[in-house]
Design a protein around this ligand. Sequence first.
Ligand code: FES
Length: 173
Amino acid sequence: MSEKEKNKRREFLNHVCPAVAMAFLGVPAIQSCSSGDDDTDMGTGNNNGGNTGGNTDAGYTKSGNTITIDLNNSNFSDLQSNSWKQFTAEKLLILKVSSTLYRVFDGVCPHKGTHTAWSYNSSNGQFTCGQHTKSFKSDCATPAAQPNSNHQGGGSLKCYAATVSGSNLVITL
Ligand code: FES
């Protein structure tokens, strides 16, 4: 082995960790090459994950075909004083009959599909879509008006099951 090769080998052994050098020389070693603390906790993570849907800050969550509304959330607090709410984000209408009874309707107008122009008349129990002023019953008993229908109070809006659970309103679409 030339002097140059010996120097290269020496240089190599000076730069590799001792365990590798020992193995290289045929000496068994169980020490690893890493420095520092190998027992570092990498964290257990949070496996809650999953898609909660909706947005809790918005006062509701959506999971599959179930929407759960926190009636105490400020976004829904108007239901405390008003008898109804246009729930635009989910294209629904919520009618408060009592503190334990709510009706929830498809807020897409059966006439031409507008979902943002509703008003409610408590004296006749009808929702009116301001787009073309068509009105629809809110009794959940009258058959639902068909899409593109020209009803003028002759049909109802499609109803969804809604139950009060504590301070939540649980809607099944
Ligand atoms: S879209 Fe609602 S009345 Fe025409």
